[in-house]
Design a protein around this ligand. Structure first.
Ligand code: ATP
Length: 317
């Protein structure tokens, strides 16, 4: 079942086209990272999915429900967290959630328990009597997430949930998203922080100037953007034999010794490989079966920025 489906979605603001012919499906239970630089059209897309902004053309379906035709039913499926937190000078944390629970017509008798559970989930129980405006930015983001969860929606649309947070608060938000995914929610979130995507997303779409320039699992995008994967191999010894064996295997190029011995570390090699994950497993098996003392075998993961840059330069399409 598709939780979110965008069909030829286009939105213009006057003469400016903010998003153009977006086609995208997100399956139920996915954590989808919607990545793009400033102005790419992420907020516009999220607001259209949430039913807050009409598209110029195209359709959006949430759990099969047309947002255009059945706005209120679609909205019941959606929890939307905007990229700003409004000003609420006189509200305490629990009052803030109580207010929004009222907006969703949740019975007063049910609210205390529900608010308690939500505050527990976002770890704000100890701040429940504080004024909202006194919370730190990370806490406000968590409270905003709790607000998006009030009516127990299946699909969460989160606009830059980690934006402006320090590393610790980013980790907290990330952990919360993982927890929500475990609870069976579908999460669609925008970001320009690539590390967030790498760690928690099942799939990623890269948006550039209103167009989806790449979409898929991160490994797939990496493969497309860089058909050569870089692998590092560390051994206890016998580096020459490893070098010879790798040199004889298909798909391997650019074998280089790393200066392990000079620095007193274990001997290490790096090489490029043009195959898929199964091929990579095969290489590791061959090394081990040949009796080579493999200490570490890992893919260099630092090419994410490169994937992004290449995709947004139109190299990937
Ligand atoms: P950011 O990461 O900076 O929030 P974004 O990817 O969310 O950017 P959008 O806010 O969707 O991008 O903006 C996409 C384009 O549409 C930009 O060129 C922006 O200037 C334009 N735009 C957005 N809202 C409006 C509006 N209300 N009126 C006119 N142009 C708009």
């Amino acid at each position: 079942m598709e939780a979110i489906q965008l069909v030829d979605l286009t939105r213009c603001y006057g003469k400016r086209t903010a998003i153009e012919q977006l086609n995208l499906s997100v399956a139920s239970g996915e954590v989808f990272g919607f990545v793009g630089p400033n102005g790419a059209g992420k907020t516009t897309t999220l607001r259209i999915i949430a039913g807050l902004l009409p598209p110029t053309s195209g359709e959006v379906y949430v759990n099969g429900i047309s947002v255009r035709q059945s706005l209120s039913s679609a909205r019941r499926q959606i929890g939307y967290m905007p990229d700003y937190f409004g000003v609420y000078p006189d509200l305490r944390v629990w009052e803030y959630l109580d207010f929004f629970a009222g907006c969703y017509q949740i019975a007063e008798s049910e609210r205390p328990r529900m608010i308690e559970d939500l505050l527990d989930l976002v770890e704000l129980t100890h701040r429940k009597d504080d004024l909202v405006d006194r919370l730190s930015r990370g806490m406000k983001q968590r409270l905003s997430l709790a607000r998006a969860l009030i009516h127990d929606p299946q699909v969460l649309l989160l606009d830059e949930p980690a934006s402006g947070l320090d590393p610790r608060a980013r980790v907290e938000i990330r952990e919360l998203l993982v927890e929500l995914a475990r609870m069976g929610k579908t999460i669609f979130f925008s970001t320009h922080i690539l590390a967030d995507v790498a760690e928690i997303c099942t799939r990623v779409g890269i948006l550039e100037a209103g167009r989806l320039v790449a979409e898929g699992r991160l490994e797939e995008l990496r493969l497309i953007a860089s058909s050569r994967r870089r692998i590092e191999l560390t051994l206890l010894d016998q580096v020459e034999r490893a070098e010879a064996l790798l040199g004889a295997l298909p798909g391997i190029t650019h074998i280089e010794r790393l200066d392990g011995n000079l620095t007193g570390q274990r001997p290490a090699l790096s090489f490029e490989f043009s195959g898929d994950d199964t091929g990579l497993c095969g290489i590791l098996s061959q090394l081990v079966q040949s009796g080579l003392p493999v200490l570490q075998f890992r893919e260099d993961q630092h090419d994410l920025e490169e994937v992004f840059l290449r995709a947004t330069k139109g190299i990937v399409s």
